[in-house]
Structures are given as C-alpha cells and as structure tokens.
Write a protein that binds this ligand. Structure first.
Ligand code: SF4
Length: 468
C-alpha cells in the first residue's frame, strides 16, 4: 500500500449539520457552508435534505462538498428545516446508496437522518428487524435507526426518539428531521460531539463549533450526553436522559479529528493541542536547533513544544493541500524515484540542523518512517520525534477507523523498537496523565484506544477492523 500522509492516522468519521430557520431561502446555504466547515470530518460523500411544508427533498453524491452542490441545487432546496452530512465510511461500503442523509417515508410522514458514530449493536438490531420482515436498502447503521424510529412512532416523535435511544448501544450524534421538526441526539456517553447554535432566524445543530462560527451563528452550548434536542415553531426543547450518563468524549477529537478553531465540551482544541506540546517538551526535553510539525494536525503541539523548550519553531514540511482522498497513486517505479505527492521537505530549514519533529499520533508507523527518512535525506543532522498522544494500542469500536491490533505499531513494539524502526534519533510519546492535563480535565474522555478501558461492552475484535 502506498503510504500517503494520512494513511498513518486514525481516520475521520462523519460530520452532521441541522438548521431550523424562519428564512426558508437561506436554509440550504447555511447547511452548505456548515458542511464546508466540517469537510475535514469526511470526504467521501456529502448530502442534505430539506423539508418544505411537509415535502422532503434531498441531494447527495460522492465527493467533496463543493463538488456535490452547486447554486442550482441549493436554489432548488428550500424549506424551514434541513439537515446535512459529510461522510467517511466506517460502516457500509463507499457508494452513493450509503450516502446520507437517509430519507424514509412511513405512515406518519417522513424522517431524514444523518448520523455520526458507530452502533455496536447495529447487527443484532438489523437481524431482529429483518426477522420481522423489514427489507433494508443500504448497509449503514442509520437505516436501522430510521426503521426503529418509524416503528416506535405512535403519537409524538419525541417519545419514539427516547425509546430508540434506550436500545442503541455505541456512539452516536444524530441530526434528524420530520416534516416540521429538527431533532438532535447525543449518545449517553457523549462519545461523538454535537453542539447548538443560534442565528437571527432560528437554530443550528452541528458536529463542531467551527461550523457555527463559519455561518455567523452564536454558540449556545454542547448537547449533553444522552440529551435529545427538539426544535420546531415553538422554539427549542431539551429532554435530558433519565439514565446515568458518563461523559466519555473521544480523546481523538481533541488530538486529531476536530478543527483547531472548534471548542468541544468547553475545551478549545487549539489550546489543548498546544498545551500538550508544552507538556511534551517538559516530559521529554531534547537539545535541538529547530522544532517542526507534521502538518496540519501536529502544528499546534509543535508550537507549544517550541514555546516551552525555547527552541525556534520552523516550517520543515510542506503539505499539498489539494490532494483528495482518491488521488491517483504513483506506481512502484515513481515511488522508488521518490515522488512525494502529499508532503515535501523544506530543505533550507532542516539542513545541518538537529530537528525535533512533532506529530499528533503514530498508528502504523509507516508515515513517520518515511518522513524521518526524507528529513535525513534533506540533510537533517538528527531527527527527534515527539508525539502528542500516547501510543495507540487498541482498536476503536465507536466509529473511528482503526486497523486490526496487529497493525497498530504501539500495540506490538516497545517505544525503543519503534524508534529504531522509524529511524529516529530519539522518540517520546506524551504520557496519558500529561495528555489529560493538557485538557485541564481529569476525566470525561474515552481513552480506550490508548488504555483499553472501553466505556461500554464491545464486541471481540472482529470483522469491522481493517488490515490494510
Ligand atoms: S477508542 Fe479512541 S478513537 Fe475510539 S472513541 Fe475512544 S478515544 Fe476515540
């Protein structure tokens, strides 16, 4: 496999966006710009569904947001309620039938649903529904949820959402809409993020606050774990869960997935990452001439490391921002000639220098090895790797695409063996305590892929883990 820049990262999940607005002309535009801001959470497909007086229309395609939507499409999608989705396929194959939002018709009307996360009991629920005669059109978890909602819907959608929440296990942040309501729900552990915003004309729900600031909405608050939010002509209503909810926000949102200009559960992502860099500099100091980052997600930690260590920060690696997920991969011959598609070294900043290279995580180790080699080829005297997350040792079952444990370098080798393998002069990871300290919180996180303590029962490592 070609080790592209992102192949050594845990993969993003999905982004969701919902709008309830008195101004029906602007709904699709707000969703479009919100999804644009959430593009980093999924690049395979995008879609939106809008309800206009009980008629739901939708548009979804494979590709990036600006490719999927154009002015004509947005003008045709008008209505007071709408939801949108950007997808990275963690479950279900990557084709347009599995793109979201999913729109279903049932006897009480329509439901459109956009989901971020992964249900650990989706298979069992699907089997149960199939045994009762339900036929599924897609292979995504969201269809199971839509079917359950339709099935439980008697008089009000509120009750059916609450009932569905009782039977789902795993991680989820939903935005869904009926013909006249926008609804948001977050799983009882709060694994995946969801926040509320306010505009002059209504309300917004979004995976990250960067989507709110992009469209000029005011941040109201995060949706609480287990909470359901209902928005309609009467305003916003919150239904809190009766169950015990223990917040377990995915730590990798803070380390890598979320945009640095987002604030999630009161933690500013940029500040947490740069603080992690400062702590890393205290935990694993080194004498060097320049601190560089592996762009882009390693940059805030590298800046923090430089500040704390008083070693100047410099740009050592240039990332080509215009390569999508599906760029044509170079053949073996070109690879051997050293074709560097996604990342190149800025020689002038590393030649004859002792370099500290800060990255946010190492998953398989393949990319780190390539980058260290590139830096040395460019004349770096020493390369000291510092990682602002502890070793990834366990698989994720909550919507993040991790490989089988046997491919997780942190699960199978000691730090010194990894150092040797990637060719670094030294290698240090931040401690788990240090990482928690960087968030200014003691608890409230899922750390399962780092320490193996899953916030709920999970299946044995199985079919959903990839070995590529
Ligand atoms: S296991 Fe890791 S990647 Fe998955 S939700 Fe927990 S912290 Fe996030």
């Amino acid at each position: 496999m070609y080790a592209g820049l992102d192949s050594d990262k845990l993969k993003e999940e999905c982004g969701v966006m919902g709008v309830y607005s008195d101004d029906k002309q602007s709904t699709s535009q707000l969703i479009y710009f919100g999804l644009y801001a959430l593009q980093h959470r999924g690049q395979e497909s995008a879609g939106m569904a809008i309800s206009d007086d009980g008629v739901i229309d939708y548009h979804k395609e494979m590709g990036l947001v600006p490719r999927v939507f154009n002015n004509k499409v947005l003008k045709e999608l008008t209505g007071n309620v709408g939801i949108g989705h950007v997808r990275y396929s963690t479950t279900g194959e990557s084709h347009v039938e599995n793109a979201q939002p999913l729109v279903v018709k049932y006897k009480k009307g329509h439901i459109a649903l956009a989901h971020n996360g992964n249900l650990v009991n989706a298979g069992a629920l699907r089997d149960m529904l199939e045994n009762e005669g339900v036929i599924f059109q897609t292979s995504i978890d969201s269809e199971v949820v839509a079917n359950l909602l339709a099935r439980y819907h008697k008089d009000n959608i509120e009750e059916s959402v609450k009932q569905v929440m009782e039977v789902l296990k795993g991680s989820f942040a939903f935005v869904l809409m009926t013909d006249d309501k926008l609804i948001g729900a977050r799983d009882p552990h709060g694994l995946r993020p969801l926040c509320i915003g306010k505009t002059e004309n209504g309300y917004i729900l979004a995976s990250e606050s960067c989507a709110l600031s992009t469209i000029g909405a005011e941040f109201v608050r995060d949706v609480e774990p287990g909470e359901v939010i209902l928005i309609d002509e009467n305003g916003l209503k919150s239904i809190k869960s009766n169950k015990w909810c223990r917040k377990s926000l995915c730590m990798f949102e803070l380390i890598y997935f979320a945009r640095p200009d987002s604030t999630m559960d009161d933690i500013n992502i940029y500040l947490a990452r740069s603080e992690a860099g400062k702590i890393l500099a205290k935990e694993a100091p080194v004498e060097a001439d320049v601190v560089i980052s592996v762009p882009d997600s390693g940059t805030p930690a590298a800046i923090g490391f430089a500040e704390e260590s008083k070693i100047p920060y410099g740009v050592g690696l240039i990332k080509n921002k215009y390569t999508g997920r599906t760029f044509i991969q170079p053949n073996q011959e070109l690879r051997e000639q050293g074709v560097k598609i996604k990342l190149n070294v800025l020689k002038e900043n590393v030649k004859d220098k002792r370099v500290v290279m800060v990255d946010d995580s190492i998953v398989r180790g393949t990319t780190s090895k390539r980058i260290v080699a590139m830096l040395k080829e460019a004349g770096a005297k020493e390369v000291h790797v510092r990682v602002s997350s502890p070793p990834v040792k366990y698989s994720c079952f909550f919507g993040i695409d991790t490989p089988y444990r046997k491919y997780l370098v942190g699960a199978n080798y000691t730090v010194d063996e990894i150092r040797e393998n990637i060719g670094a002069d030294s290698l240090h990871y931040i401690s788990l305590e240090g990482l928690k300290k960087s968030t200014k919180r003691e608890s409230g996180f899922c750390l399962a892929c780092l320490n193996g303590e899953y916030p709920m029962e999970v299946p044995m490592e199985g079919d959903n883990k990839k070995g590529d």
